[in-house]
Design a protein around this ligand. Structure first.
Ligand SMILES: Cc1cc2nc3c(=O)[nH]c(=O)nc-3n(C[C@H](O)[C@H](O)[C@H](O)COP(=O)(O)OP(=O)(O)OC[C@H]3O[C@@H](n4cnc5c(N)ncnc54)[C@H](O)[C@@H]3O)c2cc1C
Length: 413
């Protein structure tokens, strides 16, 4: 089997296929795990089930469009260029879709977290794994009150959480300054202190068991006989053959699928991070999401990582550091940190479908071609379960979860 794309999604897929007895080659145009999967906040979530296409988004839209939220920045020109995609995204802001998506994502995330824990143990990198949940914090009672619909959604799908007031928060996260009125702790969520080290550890598991990693940029896919031929430009050989191909190239997957005639409504939500040196006071025990500021503070091995919210612009437009600079300034209001550790922030692209659900399953018109992409804000969390699902389908066995919500056929492809 050939897997195209060595981010966390492709890598987990390669690992799961290998565990099921397949000979697997993983093709990436660079070092695996060094695109979007490199720079995230490290949250391994079983609770991130509330998709952005929420009924509440429609209400918040005027404020967002006026640029009054640090959590969302956008290029008006890009929005106009991609208006069709934007409108389709907004058309999913219904209570029905929100609840159905939450049920589907919950199942995928619970399955994934269990598999992450097993692979982390097997790879011997338990030191990377952090228990103790992840936390959303609110600067005012009003912003917490606006979160009530999400809490009801969590209740509905069985996500465990605890609400803390200002004084309780001071006790459990003494590293946070007293600017927050309320906090929601997702009790069972985990995290890693270095996402790149996690992908390196999974890659080591894969190669130690005979998995092949090929560096090359895929330029064509061709079905021949019962198998597939993949051409790529790069340092290694330029052609590989396999029984099947999994497309798991994150924000670049739709481009590749288009070569075979598939029009998949994939977008990208860009995001940034920057590390700061920890100060001498108490450090955070978990990743913390400032809901009013639209950023995350995540303690990492590299330093305190500040990650930004969403930037909507051309996938390959030059980076614009305004949003992450504002996020860092706001994060300093919440947590003491010393100097910035990099001169240039990192930037990545969250791959997002118009309905915020990943595509996991067979390509409708090509035998032996599989899609595994579009994991939006939670790809690190959902990669193992997606991998187990594809592997079962390749194997012809019954997947460990209901994959209907993730089928490519939900779009007219
Ligand atoms: C700021 C930020 C914070 C985040 N925080 C979290 C978090 O805390 N928890 C969480 O679960 N998720 C988080 N995410 C989301 C998560 O990082 C992504 O969903 C995930 O990394 C997507 O993984 P991927 O493998 O699909 O894509 P990528 O990691 O982008 O991998 C795609 C791979 O495909 C390769 N590729 C592309 N085109 C070709 C080609 N033609 N030929 C060969 N190879 C190709 C690329 O080189 C790349 O390695 C965050 C994202 C951002 C930006």
């Amino acid at each position: 089997m050939l897997v195209v794309g060595g981010g966390i999604v492709g890598l987990c897929n390669a690992l799961a296929l290998q565990r099921a007895g397949y000979r697997v080659s993983l093709i990436d145009r660079g070092t695996p795990g060094r695109e979007t999967s490199y720079g995230n906040a490290g949250v391994l979530s079983e609770s991130s089930v509330a998709v952005l296409n929420s009924p509440g988004l429609l209400k918040a839209l005027p404020k967002l469009l006026l640029g009054r939220s640090n959590g969302l920045r956008y290029s008006p020109l890009f929005v106009v260029k991609r208006l069709g995609w934007m409108l389709r995204f907004l058309s999913h802001c219904t209570p029905r879709h929100w609840r159905a998506a939450a049920r589907a994502l919950r199942e995928l995330q619970v399955l994934s977290l269990a598999q992450h824990k097993d692979w982390i143990a097997e790879a011997g990198v338990q030191d990377l794994l952090r228990h103790g949940g992840w936390m959303k914090v609110f600067r005012s009672e009003a912003s917490f009150a606006a979160y009530a619909a999400e809490l009801a959604l969590y209740d509905e799908v069985g996500v465990r959480y605890t609400v803390f007031d200002r004084e309780q928060l001071r006790q459990i996260e003494p590293g946070l300054k007293p600017i927050y009125e309320k906090a929601v702790l997702f009790d069972d969520t985990c995290g890693v202190s270095n996402p790149a080290a996690l992908t390196d550890a999974y890659l080591a598991l894969f190669t130690a068991a005979g998995g092949i990693v090929v560096e090359g940029s895929v330029t064509s896919l061709r079905q021949h006989g019962n198998g597939w031929e993949v051409r790529f430009a790069g340092a290694d050989d330029s052609v590989l053959n396999g029984d099947g191909v999994v497309l798991a190239a994150g924000a670049w997957t739709a481009e590749i699928a288009r070569w075979l005639g598939y029009d998949l409504p994939l977008g990208w939500e860009r995001g940034y991070h920057l590390h700061l040196a920890p100060a001498d006071g108490p450090q955070l025990n978990r990743a913390v999401n400032d809901m009013d500021g639209g950023f995350v503070i995540a303690p990492m091995q590299q330093g305190v990582r500040i990650t930004s919210g969403v930037e909507l612009t051309d996938r390959d437009a030059p980076p614009d550091y305004k949003q992450i600079r504002t996020s860092v300034a706001m994060a300093r209001e919440a947590h003491d940190m010393k100097a910035e550790l990099e001169t240039e922030p990192w930037m990545g692209r969250r791959p997002t479908m118009v309905d915020s659900l990943p595509v996991i399953g067979p390509a409708p018109r090509h035998r032996g071609l599989w899609f595994n992409f579009g994991h939006q804000h939670v790809g690190l969390s959902m990669a193992p379960g997606s991998a187990l699902a594809i592997t079962a389908m390749v194997d012809g066995t019954s997947p460990p979860l209901d994959t209907t919500p993730f089928r490519a056929e939900r779009f007219s492809v």
